[in-house]
Ligand binder design. Structure first.
Ligand SMILES: Cc1ncc(COP(=O)(O)O)c(C=O)c1O
Length: 482
């Protein structure tokens, strides 16, 4: 039994003397007493504490190895402690780690140019880049940009199952009412539109048919003034923009048909509605493209990015927008500005990451690895009735867990057990114990959303499949699905 943390210990100097040496139990006791739980999600009981990381692995205090198949919700696309990116952070730390954002530094300018040129190459559009520090904050900035470009209109469309963050503005366009319920409304809630989630769509429709069906349902709103969104006499929509994730992230890595966004964009263009593409989770080669929207053949008006640009090191996020929306005449200095945006540490790492993405053929590498893992997941689906669906685009892969009797009824309970089993750290492969770090997503919280390191090796992919097999085996045997 550990010694309970007593008040004198916390109030006195002893806590500082022992900092770094507290046992796991003592840390958890302090966490229970002093940490807000509002800024985390305790998936397991007790919550897991990690000590170090490398490549595709996290390590706990006992040195147990956990293969990570979620990589900080896709923020660490290039592997933990990536030597090249960490090197860029160290160099910046020793040269110009901080400077007020009213002044310029070369990394900000070069990174903005790299991102804008990348967008120009891909979409043939001149644009500009605006930085901030978190995904939600960049979403907030994009909302200002959109409102500004559409005469202050504050209404947005977004998708059922979409996730755009938890700040007040971002949660207003995120479909879950759960994130808004305790706080009331601070802005206009989006109008949420059906996303073509084919596995749970109407039976008898192909994926493409279902995509077209969803677009037709949306287009119906504009057929007359009675759809509630369009004034045919003035030729104006009440809504400024449609916020989309090309592949839904938190929604469970749902991949729409290839034709979907072209069809949707036609409706938006007819009615002067901007397309805002949230690439915060799927950007930076998670799906085999710099921006996942590239798979779908449409030009975005605004792209929002974050997470993996700095491989999860110093936070940096931002937006790219078409010139006419963001040039300094329409969006002047100070329009939305904060202390840490475009910070030197983040922009230095982002710049190095962009250089790396320009040198390595991530597209070929990610598509090949993704196809290999997807074949393995399909094999697991054949062997385990609780696996209802698997799918993937690049290294964004999904495994939907269901009740065994029909391989369809969603089972959150089994997924929760899978996550817990993975974190026990006692899954055996070739006589060695491993843990497995999994993330949960999906409309019914029954999807394992798999986002391994883009640098995952063949050996680690085989290990991933073996560990998933062990976890599925354990939970399939249990009473949960009896
Ligand atoms: C698609 C998407 N948009 C926005 C966000 C919010 O980003 P952040 O958590 O950095 O605020 C996330 C985070 O998971 C996301 O996946």
């Amino acid at each position: 039994m550990h010694k309970p943390v007593t008040w004198p210990l916390v109030r006195g100097a002893e806590i500082e003397e022992r900092a770094g040496e507290l046992s796991q139990a003592e840390l958890l006791e302090l966490e229970a007493a002093y940490c807000s739980h509002g800024d985390t999600v305790h998936y397991t009981d007790p919550p897991k504490i990690f000590e170090s990381c490398e490549g595709s692995f996290l390590y706990d205090a006992e040195g147990r190895e956990y293969l990570d198949l979620q990589m900080w919700y896709s923020a660490v696309n290039f592997g933990y402690r990536n030597a090249r990116l960490n090197g860029a952070a160290r160099r910046q730390l020793d040269r110009l780690p901080q400077v007020a954002s009213q002044y310029l530094h070369r990394e900000k300018i070069e990174l903005a140019a790299a991102l804008a040129r990348a967008a120009e190459q891909r979409f043939g559009l001149k644009g500009r880049v605006h930085f901030n520090v978190g995904g939600s904050q960049a979403v907030e900035d994009s909302l200002k940009l959109v409102r500004n470009a559409r005469d202050g209109k504050s209404l947005m469309f977004a998708f059922e199952g979409g996730y755009h963050g938890r700040t007040l503005g971002a949660s207003a366009i995120t479909s879950s009412y759960r994130y808004r319920r305790p706080y009331g409304h601070f802005g206009d809630r989006a109008h949420f539109v059906q996303f073509p989630y084919h596995f749970r769509g109407p039976k008898g429709m192909s994926k493409e048919e279902y995509g077209s069906h969803c677009v037709r349902q949306f287009a119906r709103l504009f057929e007359s003034e009675y759809g509630g969104v369009w004034d045919p006499k003035a030729g104006r929509a009440e809504f400024a923009a449609f916020y989309v994730e090309p592949i839904q992230g938190t929604g469970g890595y749902v991949i729409p048909p290839k034709t979907f966004f072209v069809e949707l964009k036609q409706v938006l263009d007819r009615h002067g509605i901007l397309l805002v593409v949230d690439e915060i989770q799927m950007g930076f080669y998670r799906t085999g493209k710099l921006f996942s929207i590239e798979h779908f053949g449409v030009e975005p008006d605004i792209i929002v990015f974050g997470k993996a640009l700095t491989n999860g090191l110093n936070p940096l996020s931002g937006i790219w927008a078409r010139e006419e929306l963001i040039n300094p005449d329409v969006f002047p200095p100070g329009s939305t500005h904060s202390t840490f945006n475009a910070n030197p540490m983040g922009t230095a790492v982002g710049l190095e990451a962009m250089k790396m993405m320009g040198e390595i053929d991530y597209e070929a590498m990610v598509m090949e690895k993704g196809a290999y893992l997807l074949r393995g997941l399909e094999d697991l689906k054949r062997r385990y009735k609780i696996v209802g669906d698997v799918d993937g685009l690049g290294l964004a892969l999904r495994m939907e867990i269901c009740e065994a009797h029909d391989s369809f009824t969603p089972s959150k309970a089994i997924v929760d057990r899978m996550v817990q089993e993975g974190l026990e750290g006692d899954l055996e492969v070739d006589g060695r114990p491993y843990g497995l770090v999994l993330d949960i997503g999906g409309y019914h919280k029954n999807v394992i959303t798999l986002a391994p390191s883009l640098h995952i090796t063949r050996h680690e992919m085989d290990l991933s499949l073996q560990l998933l097999d062990r976890v599925l085996h354990r939970v399939s045997k249990s009473e949960v699905i009896a």
